[in-house]
Design a protein around this ligand. Sequence first.
Ligand code: 5GP
Length: 121
Amino acid sequence: MNYNDNNIFAKILRGEIPCKKIYEDEFVLSFHDINPQKKIHALVIPKGKYTDLNDFSKNASMNEIAGFFKGIEIVSKKLGISTEGGKGYRALTNIGNDGGQEVPHLHFHLFGGEKIGKMVS
Ligand code: 5GP
């Protein structure tokens, strides 16, 4: 799938649509999901134009890949859900149609702040 510059997260990255920002650096932007499914529901997205995890793994640079996953760790600490604080959380990414992906810009959901429960329904 080609990257679509009009997807909602591309607009958030360009500052055209507001978000409740949690963290930003040169590799990632993190913000609260607009429709939280758990007490804490954050999204972490790369700054680069990647549609999903497969596209990212195949085409991103090693720096982008490292920066993205380090960003998730930083965000988990900022939200107080990291295992270092004795908590924990679920990181999840949907890929493509069967994966239930709605927004075609790679994003990881971070669910936490309570027991997350069953892995898939
Ligand atoms: P997906 O189904 O693609 O894995 O998840 C997309 C997520 O993006 C959903 O959880 C949805 O609530 C969230 N979302 C969609 N539009 C917006 C928006 O404009 N702002 C924020 N913060 N989240 C959004």
